[in-house]
Design a protein. Sequence first.
Length: 317
Amino acid sequence: MAKVIGSYLIAKQLKEEGVDTLFYLMGGPNFDIVMAAEDQGINCVDFRHEQAAAYAAHAYARVTGKPGVTTAASGPGTLNLLTGIYTAAIDCAPMVILGGAGPVHEIGREAFQEVDQQSIIDPMVKWSHRTTQAARYPEVVSMAFREAVNGRPGPVYIDCGADVLYEEVEEDEAISGTRATRRTRPAAEPGAIKEVIDMMSAAERPIIFAGGGAFFSGSAPELERFVDVTKTPFYTAPMSRGLVPEDNAVSFQGARSTAMREADFVLVVGTRLNWMMQYGQRFAQDAKIVQIDIDGRELGHNRNIDLGIQADAKAAM
């Protein structure tokens, strides 16, 4: 096979991962990533500021449930993505960020626009990586997509050195990306599900509170069916509105404060008891609370709960 450069290998793997849109602001050294992505049939959307490109990738993830992808030039270009990256992290939205960077072999020599982007971005993302071999780009990109959606979704970062992007390699010598043909979801224990049903059945004023975790797991059909069968009043967090149609007879968007205060049982599905929920204090102190979340760290965080279920929302519902 012919020789290709690192930028081509990135673009080809993006296509393999099912990427249909790339949000960017053109510059060096990511110019050829964008050109190669267009050659792969990916819709590349140009912006006037990198922050807007990052926000667009975040919005794409919120609408589609798939990782949004963005790229920017080295130094100030990539640093301009920071607010968008951090917003996606707080919102648990999957994103893949390709940051153009100075040549890896010139790190520490005050190269053009040299800044340790990876160290700056790393605390904001789930995973970050800088490869020194173009042949590894397919592998690294596939790793990035797995990390972005595995468990609690969030942004991931690949630091793309200019010299590695332009390095020539034999295409058949590149390390292929890998994936699971089929993946099962972490489900709740049957005994835990029975306990939830028993508590809900015994309650006089049960409610359901669902959020982003329910959205990204794709649990909308299961959640809507559960609401319809049990006739349990529900509320969805602001970033997940429409998860269950709000014209449903048991939706309580307009009376949420009263419903939350008076509920004697609350099923929390894929959302955090953070400042928006007054750290769980919007619910009555004697209310029974069950929390379902893919991230075990959220179970019982900020407020005592009666049952914590670490599971995928779709599998649990």
